[in-house]
Design a binder for this molecule. Sequence first.
Ligand SMILES: *Cc1c(COP(=O)(O)O)cnc(C)c1O
Ligand SMILES: [Zn+2]
Length: 415
Amino acid sequence: MSFATGLLCRECGTAYPTEARYSCDFCFGPLEVSYDLAAAKDAVTRESIMDGPNSIWRYGALLPDPGVKPVDLGAGWTPLRRASRLAEVLGVEELWLKDDTRNPTGSFKDRVVSVALSSARRLGFTTAACASTGNLATSVAAHAAFIGWPSVTLIPSDLEKSKIAMTAIFGGTVLGVEGNYDDVNRLCVELVAEHPDWAFANVNMRPYYAEGSKTLAYEIAEQLGWRAPDQVVVPVASGSQLTKVAKGFHEFIDLGLVDGAAPVLFGAQATGCSPIATAFTQGAEYITPQRPNTIARSLAIGNPADGPYVLDELRRNGGDCGSVPDEEILECIGLLAKTEGVFAETAGGVTIASLRQMIQRGTINPHKSIVAIISGHGLKTLDAVVDSAVVSSTIQPSLAAAEEALRFHQLVAAS
Ligand SMILES: *Cc1c(COP(=O)(O)O)cnc(C)c1O
Ligand SMILES: [Zn+2]
């Protein structure tokens, strides 16, 4: 059972029931799901969690009520890998990768979609929709197919071909919009008004959707043996993931499931779309929207909905936010693959390059534990690497040619 009690306005605190509502009647502020943590404290134990399924739904008591049963394609419970070889290169003592490439559709978005569509089904919706930079559309289309719902996903029309194919294959309606994500999102807000019976995962379902990201924090703590790491690096698009990872650690601490302090959180952005890193560095109170221009398409949100909350979180706890150019994103996709055997999409390159940058400027402590969230699989952004990741040599099918090439690549000694 779920200990969710209702929706609370994040600005003025007005309470609402857990219904189909996403902004406050009084101040138009965003809403957030609230829980009766005092009641949950007796019922939610390490043992009760460990008895649950190997998906995000092992934490169902701390997620919105999914109704009869969750829409569970198997999101979550992804590996937390100790990254000793990468740690050595970066000069840090204890580094872990939260490998969210290993989700049903290859990105962390499966977590938020599983929660959003479960709530949507409970609330009586029958069509799934979203505004997406790519990964969300793929996940919505897959989960909709899984429960036999129609889906309508809207993406920028110039997205990576691999992301478009991964979405279209599930058979829903995919609308390629001639514009950037911020244009797509504005259009979806208008569509919600016309089609109030469609569940737009990240618009009218946003309070429920956002809760799915808390499971990243829960899993990291559980997989570390019920302990919070000292520092976590989180890729930032709208900023929802970062704020909910913070919420997840605080809930586990409040429930007595982990001891000690919550980790310091660090954001990761591409310089070509870094409105939050810019505001953070300049000490600005407000985010100035930016027109995105980066290969990290999944993070290309120029006007981030949760930007102010990310700034609050980073500033409250001594965090920082990386801003890395496209060349470093590509280089760090390679570095991660070569040191740890993990192939990440461009967002993963942003996370690793930002981690390196913040170690170098001294805001990340190399002697304390670090978790880096790798949020999407490299097959999603093959376009970004096909020109650099190529065969070592092309040869004739003869032993002599093979041996010559091996000598060239210094795998056998020259004779
Ligand atoms: C959506 C996404 C994120 C972060 O999204 P937020 O909007 O900040 O929650 C990170 N990585 C990948 C691969 C994504 O698709
Ligand atoms: Zn309000």
